[in-house]
Design a protein around this ligand. Structure first.
Ligand SMILES: Nc1ncnc2c1ncn2[C@@H]1O[C@H](COP(=O)(O)OP(=O)(O)OP(=O)(O)O)[C@@H](O)[C@H]1O
Length: 251
């Protein structure tokens, strides 16, 4: 079994007399992709911030691998509008990031054209990708992505989720991410933790998607596999991309 990069036990946190996190146990191992899922306000971002040490839990313990490098893509990062800053300059602020690394990752994420643009002129989806580049530039052991696809169009969402297992392999890291939609992330995750202040259920996405606790939380919408598409490749392509066995869309 691969090494644990992060282990949390018995985390509790209350804000203004309201319990936000209750008895959370969680372990993240190198090579694993874990997705936190749950409705608005269920504590996902708070848990992430506690795990990263940005907020303090009231009780419980967190063990991090010694020398752990974390690449964090926050849900929001607003910059002072008055500060002129290109994408490249912004990425240069990442500790230890070389020009070569920046150029490599901009190309790898297909956004090299954004390098000279002002960070203030980017669309929501472009900004998300820049934040992802910033996170991977940390050469992380643990990549933490808080709603990585928000503001990204549907095609871009699938591309980003397809990219995450590739990044995990290339960086040999663990991935902990937050998502609202289990079906979108099903193919890109090994384990799902369904949160509603406490852990309602957890496990392989296939088992969580039929777990009564998950269905109670997400209702009929959660049960419908809206965007989970498994491609059964039952044809071959020839020179002219003509299907020898038809009946499926192009791929
Ligand atoms: N500083 C604070 N003071 C009071 N309440 C807080 C504070 N921080 C968070 N909360 C509350 O804790 C709960 C969890 O918030 P959190 O942002 O972690 O939820 P989330 O699951 O990430 O939500 P979303 O899906 O909408 O991003 C919310 O009800 C929020 O109002």
């Amino acid at each position: 079994m691969s090494e644990a990069v992060l282990r949390a036990q018995g985390l509790n946190l209350a804000r203004r007399h309201k319990s936000v996190l209750t008895d959370i146990h969680l372990e993240v191992r190198r090579g694993q992709i874990i997705t936190l899922i749950g409705p608005n306000g269920c504590g996902k971002s708070t848990l992430i911030r506690v795990l990263l040490g940005l907020e303090q839990a009231d009780s419980g313990t967190i063990e991090r691998k010694s020398g752990l490098h974390i690449g964090y893509m926050p849900q929001k990062l607003s910059l002072d509008q008055r500060m002129p800053l290109t994408v490249e300059d912004f990425l240069r602020l990442t500790r230890h990031a070389t020009r070569a690394d920046i150029s490599y990752w901009l190309q790898r994420l297909n956004i090299e054209v954004l390098a000279p643009l002002s960070v203030h002129d980017l669309s929501g989806g472009e900004w998300q990708r820049v934040l992802l580049v910033r996170a991977v530039l940390m050469k992380p052991d643990l990549l933490v992505l808080d709603e990585p696809v928000q503001g990204v169009d549907v095609q871009g969402q699938m591309e980003l989720y397809n990219l995450i297992p590739q990044l995990r392999d290339e960086l040999n890291c663990a991935v902990l991410m937050v998502s609202h939609d289990l079906h979108l992330v099903m193919a890109a995750t090994d384990e799902v933790i369904c949160l509603n202040g406490h852990v309602c259920c957890s496990g392989h996405p296939d088992s969580v998607s039929v777990d009564p606790a998950y269905l109670q939380l997400f209702g009929a919408r959660g049960a419908a596999p809206i965007a989970h598409y498994t491609h059964h490749h039952d044809h071959q392509h020839c020179d002219h991309d003509h299907h020898l066995h038809t009946g499926e869309q192009n791929d």
